[in-house]
Design a protein around this ligand. Structure first.
Ligand code: NAP
Length: 259
């Protein structure tokens, strides 16, 4: 399916691995030039080179921390007038609701609420002037159904979700859509580290932790970054212009809710 975005450009944050990489690859497959980002330069450059070789699109890499003002400035300089913004960053650590202090909350807010908002504020005005733009924020199923051990994620991502709900409706008239993609459990390094944590806490193997988690997902498996990326690319396509301010859940049926 031709998504109608060949020749457009995208900034995909936190994209050397996992879900961000899935989005970058799917956009590249649709003919979109990329600015890719991660903190680790080596993995970032090697993921970028695979995409250049496979899809023939232009890929610029910016190794920096997207959660810092300095990192955001570097990204914005490299991105210029991009048509598509995919916001992403690492997720906060797990713990108990009694664990976190102010600094922990500030870190989570910087990563999962304030960084995406800063990039939206910087890039959406240009998209509005040009009459076309797409923003996709990678958030979490924790926005729909709280995950007890991820209180920092539950909190920070809810803040971004509220901001997007109001803002998306103020920019849609200029051809710019902002939506959130909510991953349930997907097979990435992040999922491995969460499973490792469960295994240590419960005194079971990592494989057993995965098996138990799969049993809680109606689809009976973890999602893939390819499935996730394809959904992101569709939300960035010409066909998704009427999808505004939505929270699209990709969780294999994990959240047990009618709506
Ligand atoms: P992942 O496999 O660990 O990949 C994270 C990617 O982000 C890597 O490329 C990493 O590279 C980059 N990154 C992390 N922190 C960064 C920062 N501060 N600045 C720039 N790049 C950064 O994680 P994932 O599973 O794809 O998860 C992506 C997001 O979705 C996270 O916020 C996660 O909490 C959320 N999520 C994931 C799942 C899941 O099941 N996988 C479920 C719900 C929500 P560097 O380390 O080199 O920077």
């Amino acid at each position: 399916m031709d998504l109608g975005i060949k020749g457009k450009s995208a900034l995909v944050c936190a994209s050397s691995k996992g879900l961000g990489l899935g989005c970058a690859r799917a956009l590249a497959g649709a003919g979109v030039d990329l600015v890719m980002n991660a903190r680790g330069a080596e993995a970032l450059e090697s993921a970028a080179q695979v995409i250049r070789d496979e899809f023939g699109v232009k890929v610029t890499t910016v190794a920096c921390d997207v959660t810092t003002e300095d990192g955001q400035a570097k990204l914005l300089k490299a991105a210029g007038e991009v048509d598509i913004l995919v916001n992403n960053a690492g997720g906060p650590p797990p713990g108990m609701w009694t664990d976190w202090n102010r600094d922990d909350f500030i870190k989570a807010l910087d990563a999962n609420m304030l960084a995406p908002i800063a990039l939206i504020k910087a890039l959406v005005p240009g998209m509005m002037e040009r009459g076309w733009g797409r923003v996709v924020n990678i958030t979490s199923q924790s926005v729909k159904a709280p995950i007890p051990v991820l209180g920092l994620s539950n909190s920070a991502r809810a803040g971004l979700t509220g901001y997007v709900a109001g803002t998306s409706r103020q920019v849609a008239g200029k051809g710019v859509t902002i939506n959130n993609l909510l991953p349930g459990i997907h097979a990435t390094d992040r999922a491995d580290s969460l499973d490792q944590g469960v295994a240590e806490k419960e005194g079971i193997s990592v494989d057993e932790a995965k098996t138990r988690r799969c049993a809680t997902i109606p689809a009976g498996r973890y999602g893939t970054k390819e499935e996730f990326g394809a959904t992101c690319a569709f939300l960035c396509s010409q066909f998704a212009g009427f999808i505004v301010g939505q929270n699209v859940l990709l969780d294999g049926g994990g959240v047990n809710a009618t709506l």
